[in-house]
Design a protein around this ligand. Structure first.
Ligand SMILES: NC(=O)C1=CN([C@@H]2O[C@H](COP(=O)(O)OP(=O)(O)OC[C@H]3O[C@@H](n4cnc5c(N)ncnc54)[C@H](O)[C@@H]3O)[C@@H](O)[C@H]2O)[C@H](O)CC1
Ligand SMILES: [K+]
Length: 511
């Protein structure tokens, strides 16, 4: 798990590193500058020139140290200092003098020859200390860096591209676009949340001597990036004496006339994700075609007709007997009573419940129905469904994904999986787990049903919440990536994620 720290948390971690390890900030800067120089060197053509653009704060200090390391290795280095030299931080001032000792004198922007193809620009103008849109000479420097990149130079940003707000990933204007960003010590939210993640280019995290422990002393909200090793470690081990009951029984309440495929995708995905047994409860007129998709799918007919309502409550409570997880929503016939039905059902059964698709829309009108839930509730909206659940516009949800997810999950005490590029899993305590697998080819009907099936299967196998969910999200995206590698993104359909991707993930993780 990679911890992601805000600017304020970074400062706390820096103080903790100094207190715990006796690591002075000057040494952190030395380590940061060396890491920055190493990455910059990897982007230059042989004989390429380096133009290091430094600002007035410690980000600029990192750039000065990097320039010294580059110079020491015989590179052709120019340093541009932007801002009032009198305002330099003590660390940066010391590094200006050190650099002069290496024969490099910082110049003004207008004095430096524009770099081009084969050259590297190091953007050390602003880092986590940026507090407003770059203006004046600072804006000119950002615009110059953007122009040099357009002319073919590679741009390597120190900590964050200058102009990008490191806590949110939202850019001021103007903002640097980088080919790579060197993250010092810990990742920052702006490096992993869009559009910041795209503006950063490839993020290289470098250790600078803060030690992983120092993040434990940091207060405030926790954000993590899930790594493959975390997801792989979560999978249950299959013991020799296992039997189908060992791996749980998922009840899928999904599907209706004209939408039987959704139920089949949930069921098949759950079966392909290790569930021992899967039963679909659906209206009789849909159940036969749902079960026709796969011999392994068992069925319970819901005898009434029309939308799911309170008249189905007893049948669903009975159907949940002996089950280990519930997935409800994909393709269900929804009506005025469906939300109340879901609330009553969750108040009677204790098993973990995944609400997706039309179950989300059904409860969106009155979320209080969820407050009596006996077991853990998981909600898996895409941005549009999240908009309906929160009363915000989809645009607003997307602009503030992290805060919206955290507020919702802590407010309602549910685990929320906010889907989209870089899906966020937010638990009732507000810990958020960010996913980095998946691709645009997965934006296809039924992809969400497949994820619900994986979630249901992992919960039925007694994986703990939220690990079951961020592992399911990781596996779902990886399955989509592996399937797209075979079929291309354009042609990818949800069934491919199940049939062409999931088993490859398990094979890869079981080795
Ligand atoms: N925290 C750590 O563990 C480490 C941080 N390092 C580097 O330090 C920067 C953060 O440095 P800081 O001095 O706080 O701020 P910046 O250099 O990012 O910003 C410069 C300075 O400029 C002022 N300012 C902010 N916005 C503007 C603006 N729009 N126009 C003009 N001036 C502005 C503000 O006063 C800032 O202080 C971090 O990113 C790392 O690169 C260490 O080197 C490694 C450990
Ligand atoms: K920067």
């Amino acid at each position: 798990m990679l911890r992601v720290l805000t600017a304020a948390q970074m400062r706390q971690a820096e103080q903790a590193a100094e207190a715990r390890h006796g690591m002075p900030s000057a040494l952190l800067m030395e380590n940061a500058g060396r890491g920055l120089a190493d990455v910059a060197r990897s982007f230059a053509n042989p004989g390429g020139r380096f133009v290091v653009v430094c600002g007035p704060g410690n980000n600029g200090g990192d750039g000065l140290v990097a320039a010294r390391f580059l110079q020491e290795r015989g590179a052709r280095v120019s340093v541009v200092m932007v801002g009032d030299a009198a305002k330099l931080t003590p660390e940066s001032r010391r590094n200006v003098e050190a650099l002069k000792g290496f024969g490099v004198t910082p110049r003004g922007l207008a004095e430096v020859d524009a770099p081009g193809r084969g050259d590297v620009v190091v953007d050390a103008l602003f880092g986590t200390g940026l507090s407003r849109a770059p203006a004046g000479a600072f804006a000119d420097a950002v615009v110059a860096i953007r122009g040099w990149r357009a002319a073919g130079a590679k741009v390597v940003a120190a900590d964050v591209p200058s102009g990008l707000q490191s806590d949110s990933g939202a850019p001021f204007s103007p903002c640097v676009e980088a080919d790579a960003t060197v993250a010092f010590g810990f990742l920052k939210p702006g490096q992993v949340l869009e559009p910041g993640a795209t503006l950063c280019g490839h993020v290289h995290r470098v250790d600078i001597g803060m030690g992983g422990e120092s993040s434990k002393e940091v207060s405030g909200p926790e954000l993590f990036v899930v790594e493959e090793s975390d997801a792989r470690r979560t999978l249950p081990v299959r013991k020799a004496d296992s039997h189908k009951g060992t791996f749980g029984h998922v009840l899928v309440v999904a599907g209706g006339r004209g939408k039987t495929g959704a139920a089949a995708l949930v069921a098949k995905s759950a079966l392909r994700s290790g569930a021992g047994l899967v039963t679909v409860a659906a209206r009789s007129d849909a159940l036969d075609s749902i079960q026709a998709h796969s011999a392994e799918i068992m069925g319970i007919p819901l005898e009434a007709t029309g939308p799911l309502g309170l008249g189905d409550l007893d049948a669903l409570v009975a159907a949940a007997e002996g089950k280990d997880a519930l997935v409800i929503g994909p393709g269900i016939p929804r009506g005025d009573e469906t939300g109340a039905l879901i609330g009553e059902l969750l108040a009677r059964v204790e098993i973990p419940a995944v609400l997706d698709a039309d179950a989300l829309n059904a409860v969106a009108t009155d979320l209080s129905v969820l407050r009596r839930a006996k077991g853990p509730v998981v909600m898996t909206p895409h941005p549009g469904e999240m908009a309906r659940l929160t009363g915000k516009s989809t645009k607003e949800v997307q602009a503030h994904r992290l805060d919206v997810a955290r507020q919702f999950s802590t407010g309602l005490k549910v685990t929320l999986v906010l889907k989209g590029d870089r899906t966020l899993t937010s638990d009732p305590d507000g810990r958020v787990y960010l996913n980095t697998t998946g691709n645009p080819g997965m934006a296809t009907g039924g992809s969400g049903d497949v994820l619900s099936g994986i979630c249901g299967a992992f919960l039925a196998q007694s994986l703990p919440v939220p690990a079951a969910l961020w592992t399911a999200v990781y596996a779902h995206g990886l399955a989509g990536d592996l399937a797209a590698a075979k079929r291309g993104q354009l042609g990818l359909v949800a069934g491919d994620i199940v049939e062409q991707g999931l088993c490859e993930v398990w094979l890869r993780w079981e080795r």
